[in-house]
Design a binder for this molecule. Structure first.
Ligand code: FES
Length: 108
């Protein structure tokens, strides 16, 4: 079942302040959101809570369009929020839309 939640756009700040392959954690009306910048200069946002046991995804390692959770190394898709690889189908976290601008970026 797909569920949609509408949240407000939140200004995360200047995109240049988020290094490639890193993340920034920001608060939203649905809880903390982790905004990631990939090596390809793409931005993704997911709920900052691993679907396994709630680990802080914003502290994980970005690889391609996925994040490795810092607690037990599950790989989570930044595009869908779903667990990948051996843990596929075991859970997902909410993926949010993101957009970048010249002076910053937002998500909804
Ligand atoms: S809490 Fe993320 S892999 Fe266990």
């Amino acid at each position: 079942m797909n569920a949609s939640v509408i949240i407000r756009w939140v200004d995360v700040g200047p995109s240049a302040e988020v290094a490639r392959q890193s993340a920034r954690r920001v608060e939203s009306n649905i809880g903390p959101i982790a905004v990631f910048r990939t090596v390809e200069d793409e931005y993704y946002a997911v709920l900052d809570r691993c679907p396994h046991k709630g680990g802080p995804l914003s502290e994980g390692i970005v690889h391609g369009r996925a994040i490795a959770c810092p607690l037990h190394n599950w790989s989570i898709s930044l595009e869908t929020g779903e667990a990948l690889g051996a843990d596929a189908g075991k859970g997902c976290t909410a993926a949010c839309r993101s957009r970048s601008r010249t002076t910053g970026f937002c998500w909804a």
